[in-house]
Design a protein around this ligand. Structure first.
Ligand code: HAM
Length: 424
């Protein structure tokens, strides 16, 4: 029988790699809580309609990329979450949280699923870290989430990212723009394939983020949404830009930026990394004031948020050598057995050390002393602690510093003292 392989588009994460994830996650947890965001965890699957209504039926995510199934033949369709925003909003509405406090700030580091063609930085199971600020419709709230995202990049030492921002206006602005786009695209129907013609009728904005090379010129010449914004939408956008400037956040205005999810309004943004190649978006987000009503709320819940792809974040950091100093495993003491029959005694000593918070490894394979020393060096232990008949009889242990090769004898208490002190 053929050996099993992992499913296409997913990745295993082994300890050395995981140490990098934990480091990045640590920075995210710290900075998010400094800014008053609390962690939220929601189910991995939701009813499919939540995403169809929330993200939009004509988007690529809903149209082609969802992993959907039925739990029983007559059951409602269920989908593995392709993003977090709709689920977070569903959870907040379901718990009626806005009746107890008007503003909620959540963040998450969560796994998501999209049936995309796998390639570097694009997986079928991937992770995002993101934040959602619900309950206020203000330009300061937009600046608050963008600044959290940028602070995380900065604290991790990432350079050379590009933040692009645009305004998608309000519902009326987009209605007017949609009509203008439809009219503009009509003469090009001859060069459009069926799916583009269909998109033109159902949601012409989605043509703007088409990757189809043959229509890029048509897209470049298309009317700009900015020209259809009302005076108040323009003022809203200018306020956001003002905050970003005052916070020292560098940005570029990109009137072509529409984002691939339908729930956005007013400010939308995306961050790209030159280290990423074709899949260069490291994160993105925006305001989504209409989402709550779209998924059944009787009242409006203005909101804004972002999400950053963890895998793309890690690829960028790897390319910029930001993990060079990260010590993935720091085994302090390797207990070396000089006779295999002392295993039980050695385990007891190791247990005392571990209880005192000292990272301790022990041979589990009855290897020779030479092989144990090789292993201690391979895993970069700082010390080897020898257990032989003399140690058992005297209760005094030989500790060898594997960096300086210095070797001394200590009682168990003295050992604990030395190994627990910050400098040893
Ligand atoms: P999104 O742009 O679809 O936005 O995804 C955000 C980030 O997730 C992308 O910039 C990318 O780094 C990462 N990502 C997306 N798909 C994949 C994939 N297949 N493999 C690896 N990484 C991927 C959202 O998901 C919105 N929910 C963001 C948001 C939050 N808007 C408001 N609040």
């Amino acid at each position: 029988m053929a050996q099993y392989q992992a499913v296409r588009g997913v990745k295993d994460i082994f300890p050395e790699e995981l140490a990098k994830w934990k480091y990045v996650e640590g920075v995210i947890h710290k900075l998010a809580s400094f800014s008053g965001f609390q962690e939220i965890r929601i189910p991995i699957f939701e009813y499919t309609e939540l995403f169809q209504r929330g993200i939009g039926r004509t988007t690529d995510i809903v149209g082609k990329e969802m992993f959907s199934f039925r739990s029983d033949p007559k059951g409602r369709s269920i989908t593995l979450r392709p993003e977090m925003t709709a689920g977070v909003m569903r959870a907040v509405l379901q718990k009626n949280l806005l009746s107890s406090a008007p503003v909620h700030k959540f963040y998450y580091i969560s796994e998501l699923f999209r049936k995309e063609r796998p390639q570097a930085g694009r997986q079928r199971q991937f992770s995002q870290f993101g934040a959602e600020l619900l309950g206020v419709s203000s330009t300061v709230a937009v600046a608050e989430v963008i600044s959290l995202m940028m602070q995380v990049f900065e604290s991790l030492g990432i350079n050379g990212l590009k933040l692009r921002v645009n305004s998608l206006g309000d519902m009326d602005d987009r209605c007017r723009y949609r009509e203008a786009l439809k009219a503009y695209f009509v003469p090009f129907y001859g060069i459009f394939d069926d799916s583009l013609r269909e998109r033109c009728k159902s949601n012409p904005l989605r043509i703007l983020d088409s990757k189809n090379l043959s229509i890029q010129e048509v897209i470049t010449e298309a009317p700009k949404l900015y020209d259809y914004l009302s005076a108040s939408s323009i003022q809203d956008f200018e306020e956001v830009l003002y905050y970003l400037t005052e916070l020292g956040i560098t940005y570029q205005i990109d009137h072509r930026l529409v984002r691939g999810l339908d729930y956005y309004c007013h400010t939308a943004f995306e961050v790209t990394s030159a280290e990423l190649g074709a899949q260069d978006a490291i994160g993105g987000g925006g305001r989504y004031d209409g989402l709550a009503k779209e998924i059944g709320s009787s009242f409006d819940v203005p909101a804004v948020g972002f999400a950053v792809g963890m895998e793309r974040l890690l690829i960028t950091m790897e390319k910029q050598r930001l993990f060079a100093t990260l010590n993935s495993k720091n085994t302090l003491v390797y207990v070396v057995l000089q006779q295999p029959d002392l295993e039980c005694y050695a385990m007891q000593v190791a247990w005392q050390l571990r209880k005192a918070g000292i990272t301790t490894e022990i041979d589990l394979a009855k290897r020779s002393v030479k092989a144990q020393m090789r292993e201690a060096n391979r895993i970069k232990s700082s010390y080897a602690l020898f257990i032989g008949k003399t140690e058992v009889m005297t209760g005094l242990y030989s500790l060898k510093n594997l960096i300086t090769s210095e070797q001394k004898t200590f009682s168990l208490e003295a050992l604990l003292d030395i190994l627990q002190s910050p400098i040893h």
